[in-house]
Design a binder for this molecule. Structure first.
Ligand SMILES: Cc1cc2nc3c(=O)[nH]c(=O)nc-3n(C[C@H](O)[C@H](O)[C@H](O)COP(=O)(O)OP(=O)(O)OC[C@H]3O[C@@H](n4cnc5c(N)ncnc54)[C@H](O)[C@@H]3O)c2cc1C
Length: 383
């Protein structure tokens, strides 16, 4: 079958749309035709992305909020951290989807189809996508759908980052709009590693999110109690209105998501762009999109592989997952030690996989060495 498009995108969420934005912004790719297939019209504010970034970012024009300092709290330690060259940024899903789709519409280069993708295949000539209604063909496929054959391996760590968030409004001013709370571990830890973060929009309005790193989800009442208790105990709030809700589950696993093969490039969570030990994905997706575009511009293979030296970050991730999953040390203690003994910029760089080895040694030295070394050996020897 003759390819109808140069690039087909299956899945137009954060990763698919981010890469399309990068491609549309690259003049040397201006002749490429694009087809985007997603089952969803992306009309809802289904998630909010927060991430730290140094300097100006690709999506700064649509930031909902940006902060230059943030609280960290744990039992026995509280500090307001100046973020230095970093900002903590927030983008609302709906603003992102509208922004991208308006650029897509005005580009005249992207055909958008709303359909459920049943399967994707490839041969030496190109790729093919089957939906219930039609078959599409292209030269390259950028996929961010997690198909059944890319599900998490049974031997991989099955931890989940799961969270429930409420946007609440209060009568009295209780929030400092300049000071979000990045992590507050003072909450009950009986379910496992649990914290709350608070992103203030104004003195009367904030997103408050109750977050756990555990293998099993809670029931509805578990999240509700966690949020209510936090609002009452730490913010002194018993009267407020909930204007929006958010629920999410992000895999925290050492499962090796395939980066793709042949003419199929996997993106986003499906392509391994979720940081296993933190769940942060936004910045990794942006860095990956920039690298894929660079490869396309250079006529190189767009399946961008990690440099072998960068694989050490995956080992650090596995060590932390090991510590949390086997309960070798409470997550609240690990994060308290990290945040009380390191400048926040070093932690950000480490969690972004951007530190140099000497910085990693300094950072790792701020954690109890014996349990981490044992976990490290076990992960090195694990089959
Ligand atoms: C509620 C929530 C909040 C999050 N907050 C943060 C955050 O603050 N910071 C951060 O770094 N990360 C965050 N994440 C993690 C990560 O950034 C997001 O999950 C992000 O959306 C992942 O991008 P993606 O493109 O891989 O997947 P998605 O954005 O989920 O996109 C996948 C797309 O595929 C489509 N699709 C799926 N199956 C099919 C099919 N069979 N046929 C057609 N289309 C299909 C879906 O409709 C969707 O549009 C959050 C995740 C969630 C769930």
């Amino acid at each position: 079958m003759r390819p109808s498009h140069d690039y087909i995108f299956t899945g137009g969420g954060l990763a698919g749309l981010s890469l399309i934005m990068h491609i549309l912004g690259e003049s040397s790719l201006s002749q490429k035709t694009i087809l985007l297939i997603d089952q969803d019209a992306k009309q809802l504010n289904d998630r909010t992305w927060c991430y730290w970034e140094s300097g100006k970012g690709f999506f700064d024009d649509i930031l909902f909020r940006k902060w230059n300092k943030a609280w960290f709290h744990a039992s026995g330690y509280s500090a307001l951290k100046e973020l230095g060259s970093y900002s903590y940024k927030m983008i609302r899903g709906i603003d992102f989807y509208r922004h991208c789709h308006s650029i897509i519409a005005s580009s005249g280069r992207v055909d958008v189809v709303q359909a459920t993708v049943d399967s994707i295949t490839q041969d030496s000539e190109g790729v093919s996508v089957q939906t219930g209604e039609a078959t599409y063909s292209g030269s390259f496929l950028f996929n961010s759908i997690i198909f059944p054959d890319n599900q998490i391996h049974p031997k991989a760590f099955p931890l989940l980052q799961h969270f429930k968030g409420w946007v609440i409004e209060t009568e009295d001013p209780v929030f400092d709009p300049e000071c979000p709370t990045l992590m507050d571990f003072r909450v009950d830890q009986s379910h496992g590693t649990t914290f709350v973060y608070v992103m203030p929009f104004s003195p009367n309005k904030a997103l408050v999110e109750y977050t756990l790193f555990t293998p099993a989800l809670l029931d509805e009442a578990g999240y509700k109690n966690g949020l209510q208790n936090y609002l009452e105990q730490y913010l002194g709030l018993s009267r407020y209105s909930i204007t929006e809700e958010e629920f999410g589950v992000i895999p925290m696993t050492d499962h090796l998501f395939s980066p793709g093969e042949g003419r199929i490039v996997n993106l986003g969570t499906a392509g391994g762009q979720t940081k296993p030990s933190s769940g942060y994905t936004f910045r990794f997706i942006q860095k990956h999109a920039a690298a894929v575009v660079q490869a396309l511009v250079n006529d190189e293979n767009p399946i961008v592989k990690r440099h072998y030296l960068d694989k050490r970050f995956f080992w650090y991730d596995k060590v932390l997952l090991h510590m949390l999953y086997f309960k070798k040390m409470p997550g609240a203690r690990i994060f308290r030690l990290l945040f009380s003994r390191n400048p926040i910029q070093r932690i950000f760089r480490f969690l972004d996989n951007e530190t140099k080895i000497h910085e990693e040694l300094i950072l790792l030295n701020t954690l109890p060495q014996w349990p981490f070394m044992k976990a490290g050996w076990k992960e090195l020897l694990k089959k």
